[in-house]
Design a protein around this ligand. Structure first.
Ligand code: URA
Length: 216
């Protein structure tokens, strides 16, 4: 079977609204953080819409038995925020998935070479084969960070076909690399921008997501 990377840009007023707030240079850090939380929430909502494992059962209301659909508790769910900026999406994702395990992955990019290196890795040694994984990485720019993260996750048994990447702004260089190396992957993003500048920032983008979320 041949796969092709799927990139969804949900056409939702709340996604558009919070993206506009996040993009605006005049948005203060505290409101930027709110925008990221909301985007994390709504994009996770969209990402789980057709993907989550459910099972059919019956429940009894106070009046009568009726058919019901529940989330299958036997399928592990993992959220992986890519630090720092991915942390800003975590609250929104966790409110929808309170039972998910959260595994932090800290990456820093060298501002000259734009290469990412890992300074914190709390991934499990091995993911269970059926684990559904949500990766939180707000800016898919050069692809350096997400490709490093994908290598760490797949090395531990994470299956790209069972993964969803939640991003806020995605740019062609990262999407091209992901498409080439992980064609079975699915991405949910608030927008796809035209490109990146010489410093590796997405244009128009929203600036440095980590600095703006944490007021640094
Ligand atoms: N990381 C950011 O925070 N912003 C960009 O535009 C690119 C990478």
């Amino acid at each position: 079977m041949t796969f092709q990377l799927r990139v969804y840009v949900p056409d939702h007023p709340l996604v558009k609204h919070w993206l506009a707030v996040a993009r605006d240079v005049n948005t203060p850090s505290v409101l930027f953080k709110t925008a990221m939380t909301e985007l994390g929430r709504w994009l996770t909502y969209e990402a789980t819409r057709y993907w989550f494992p459910t099972f059919e059962t019956t429940v009894k209301t106070p009046l009568a038995p009726c058919p019901a659909t529940l989330i299958n508790p036997e399928i592990p769910i993992a959220i992986i925020p890519i630090l720092r900026a991915g942390l800003a999406l975590l609250d929104g994702a966790q409110t929808l998935l309170p039972l998910a395990s959260t595994y932090h992955l800290g990456l820093v990019r060298n501002e000259e070479t734009l290469k990412a290196s890992c300074y914190l890795n709390k991934l499990p040694e091995q993911f269970k084969p059926e684990t559904q994984i949500i990766v939180l990485e707000p800016m898919l720019a050069t692809g350096g960070s997400i490709m490093t993260a994908m290598a760490e996750i797949t090395k531990r048994g994470g299956d790209p076909a069972l993964m969803r990447i939640i991003s806020i702004v995605a740019a062609p260089p990262a999407l091209q690399q992901l498409s080439q190396h992980y064609p079975s992957l699915t991405i949910y993003t608030a927008i796809i921008d035209e490109g990146i500048n010489d410093q590796g920032y997405i244009v128009p983008g929203l600036g440095d997501a980590g600095d703006r979320a944490f007021g640094t």
